[in-house]
Design a protein around this ligand. Structure first.
Ligand code: CAA
Length: 248
């Protein structure tokens, strides 16, 4: 396949554990993969490491919490590479703490990075997808947006909000060949999950019927499927991948 026939996928927050696995899988699938980052030093190291492993992935800066920053990134990608066909809204942070002690700053930071970001990036790619009669928006939410989690009022609110967005946008663009879906991973073996105190993490793992954390590549396979044309009839869905931790 020549480069001009390849679809372009943008993964936000690409340098994290889940983002890295997604980039690799989508690259292996034959996409032109574009990685968004916030920390330049980490991103350059990441790009070089992936290059050594055989992955040629362009990196673009944007603070996904900032609408104009996302607009500037997406314009630059369009000029230098092309229009985004598949957007994976993956960037996210945690600032956990019991609500009675949660600061406004920790509320706002999580809502801006995890939820406003979905508007900020999607708004800049959706019209091209509609014109092109093909597009994929894949929002990476969390089991904790589906069920809540002690210490995550900010995170759970943002993650639940993502799926509300998915449902409405899916309806609005279904007739234009654009699908919009949410993936809700459970506890995956990422730095974010490993930052939870060991004792608490072990209590959480004990609640997972499969008895282990998920693998980043297991989530990447689901992203790959949703991005493909095999998933043309799936839209507005919230797909759980949580080892049975939350069934409903
Ligand atoms: N359930 C019920 N009560 C709890 C509790 C829990 N899970 N955790 C703490 N408490 C209680 C304590 O027993 C204590 O009660 P008393 O006041 O009656 O003594 C009180 O709450 C302690 O409150 P603190 O604010 O002092 O709690 P803490 O500082 O010890 O811990 C916390 C708070 C850091 C949020 C901790 O609960 C925690 O780490 N929770 C896990 C959060 C989590 O799962 N984060 C996921 C990060 S990864 C991710 O988000 C990816 C993804 O999508 C899954």
């Amino acid at each position: 396949m020549s480069n001009s026939d390849k679809r372009i996928v943008l993964v936000t927050g690409a340098t994290g554990g889940l983002g890295t696995a997604m980039c690799k899988k989508l690259y292996d699938d034959g996409y032109i993969v574009v990685a968004n980052y916030r920390s330049e030093e980490k991103a350059i190291e990441w790009k070089n490491k992936l290059h050594e492993e055989g992955y040629d992935i362009a990196i673009y800066y944007a603070d996904v919490a900032d609408y104009d920053s996302c607009g500037a990134m997406i314009s630059k990608i369009a000029e230098e590479i092309g229009h985004v066909d598949v957007l994976v809204n993956n960037a996210g942070i945690t600032k956990d703490g019991a609500f009675r002690k949660m600061s406004y700053e920790n509320w706002k930071a999580v809502i801006s990075t995890n939820l406003d970001s979905v508007f900020n990036c999607t708004r800049h790619v959706i019209n091209h997808m509609i014109e092109n009669n093909f597009g994929r928006i894949i929002n990476i939410s969390s089991v904790n947006g589906q069920r809540g989690q002690f210490g995550q009022a900010n995170y759970s609110a943002a993650k639940a909000g993502m799926h509300g967005f998915t449902k409405t946008l899916a309806m609005e663009v279904a007739s234009k060949g654009v699908t919009v879906n949410t993936i809700s991973p459970g506890y995956i073996g990422t730095d974010m999950v490993m930052a939870v105190k060991e004792e608490i993490r072990n209590q959480i793992i004990a609640q997972i019927p499969l008895g282990r954390l998920g693998g980043t590549e297991e989530v990447a396979y689901l992203v790959s499927f949703l991005a493909s044309e095999h998933a043309n009839f799936i839209t507005g869905a919230n797909l759980s991948i949580n080892g049975g931790q939350h069934v409903y």
